[in-house]
Write a protein that binds this ligand. Structure first.
Ligand code: NAD
Length: 460
């Protein structure tokens, strides 16, 4: 069976690639099982050197890789380049810090008695991934898993399979043995088939619906299962800020970058009364200034949406909001031309019961709501099933942190939004999932700690 790859910018087929089946998956799994002990036997430094060659290959091939990424997910070519460069920065951080966090940790160093923790790899891990940032979310798992001595079966999304194949090609070119990294091509049924196999850990990035299904299926295996899901990320602009134009520019980018298809896109905005009108005006001005169109065209900020199904969700959110009394500031409908396009849409006078403020939009749409005070803002920010990130704009760090401690999210931002750091854990709460990638926690997530009690003349 073959998988058709469609260019979302024009609806045309760009490739047909071979899909996996149960037999090919099981062959790949057996290969990875065989390769694991040899890979584990290498030092972290040997593995790090190979991964850094992969990092350099990404840089060398960036133009071709960006072109392929844009052709299958529809993001502007410059945003594809940005993603690859962002992935390189993450790889550098992970490679620079893997030695430190994977080394044996001595907890007690007494004469005649030593106690240490060794971080052993999990074994053969399965990574089922999303399409919106295939380099970034792929690397969050693949790189620390390999550095820690695991072998990896990587299932890219069916919407970013060409990029998945490029990642595999460059990892092998860098020197990762073929039985250390394998790829599974196909749709959800191929992901589901992986759940029937005996992996030593499952790492998933995607939607709540699939994540919940995977968690349930993996539970009886009693192996680690880490789940990174969507968000409905709130942003609150308080009354003490003044530079509303620049705040509007920065936060509009946080909502609309990558056409709003980021797990940490700003999805809801609350503005304290005094600043509401001026903020909405500056925000809408910024949104109207962007160029939308073919993602390969120079200067385009909003390209095509990756999945055609998302357009109906956005149309429904607009309809629901208008029926419940929202004001359409701009946009509001699909753009009628081949490919998946939707006008950048701003809704003001929204209320929290509207779909646009409750369900993950994952598209170029935002609702902006007026709030009275911090207490109301905190209540509304928490009024969601999700808990990925939350952001507060204020002149006071103290005020922002006091608000953020009361918001149940894995990440808190003061005067910034829609950003990820390799040095900090990336983790969700509630329906945004659990576990962590990135940071020391995201390196050790791919290990199992072993406790050593060393009585006698112990040595490091
Ligand atoms: P999705 O759940 O539709 O698919 C994700 C992956 O799961 C794909 O590879 C798909 O083929 C596979 N899959 C589908 N059904 C399956 C099944 N029954 N069993 C096993 N695998 C199955 O999600 P998506 O549309 O690819 O990604 C978008 C979602 O991902 C959004 O909700 C977004 O917020 C979230 N996301 C989260 C993060 C994060 O770090 N928290 C990062 C990126 C994206």
């Amino acid at each position: 069976m073959q998988l058709e790859i469609i260019n979302p910018a024009n609806g045309k087929e760009i490739a047909k690639i071979n899909q996996d089946n149960k037999a090919s998956l099981s062959e790949k799994f057996n290969d990875l099982k065989k390769g694991q002990l040899d890979w584990q036997a290498k030092t972290v430094e040997q593995r790090r050197k190979i991964i850094m060659i992969f990092h350099d290959l990404l840089e060398k091939n960036i133009e071709t890789l960006a072109e392929i990424l844009t052709s299958e997910v529809g993001k502007p070519t410059q945003q594809s380049r940005n993603e690859i460069n962002g992935a390189r920065a993450r790889i550098s951080w992970l490679c620079s810090n893997a030695g430190k966090y994977l080394a044996d940790e001595y907890m007690v160093e007494q004469e005649g008695m030593g106690e240490k923790i060794a971080y052993e790899p999990l074994g053969v891990i399965c990574n089922i991934s999303a399409w919106n940032y295939p380099y970034l979310v792929g690397i969050n798992v693949i790189v620390p898993a390999l550095l820690a001595g695991n072998t990896v079966l990587y299932k890219p999304s069916e919407f970013s399979s060409l990029t998945g194949l490029e990642i595999q090609k460059l990892l092998l070119e860098a020197g990762v043995p073929a039985n250390v990294f394998e790829i599974a091509i196909g749709k959800g049924n191929i992901g589901a088939a992986l759940l029937e196999m005996a992996f030593d850990g499952y790492f998933f990035t995607g939607s709540y619906k699939t994540g919940q299904y995977i968690y349930k299926k993996v539970a009886p295996k009693m192996v680690p299962c880490q789940i990174e899901l969507g968000g409905k990320d709130p942003l609150y602009v308080t009354n003490d800020v003044e530079d509303l134009k620049n705040i509007a520019i920065g936060t509009a980018d946080g909502a609309f970058y990558n056409n709003g298809q980021s797990c940490c896109s700003v999805e809801r905005i609350y503005v304290q009364e005094k600043n509401y009108d001026a903020y909405v005006q500056a925000f809408v001005e910024e949104v109207k200034s962007w160029k939308a169109g073919l993602p390969t065209e120079e200067g385009v900020y909003l390209g095509a949406l990756t999945r055609p199904e998302q357009i109906e969700i956005l149309e429904n959110q607009v309809k629901d909001a208008l029926e419940k009394g929202a004001k359409l500031e701009c946009g509001g409908k699909r753009i009628n031309k081949p490919g998946n396009y939707f006008e950048p849409t701003v809704l003001s006078n929204v209320t929290n019961d509207m779909l646009v403020m409750q369900e993950e939009s994952f598209g170029p749409i935002i609702g902006i709501m007026k709030v009275k005070d911090d207490e109301q803002a905190i209540h509304l920010m928490n009024d969601t099933d999700y808990g990925l990130t939350a952001s507060v704009y204020s002149v006071s760090q103290k005020r922002a942190e006091a608000i953020l401690t009361k918001v149940n999210s894995g990440t808190g931002y003061w005067n910034c939004c829609d950003r990820v750091s390799a040095a900090l854990p990336w983790s969700g709460r509630k329906h945004s999932g659990f576990g962590a990638t990135l940071s020391h926690a995201g390196i050790r997530a791919f290990t199992k700690p072993k406790a050593y009690h060393l009585r006698g003349d112990w040595k490091k």
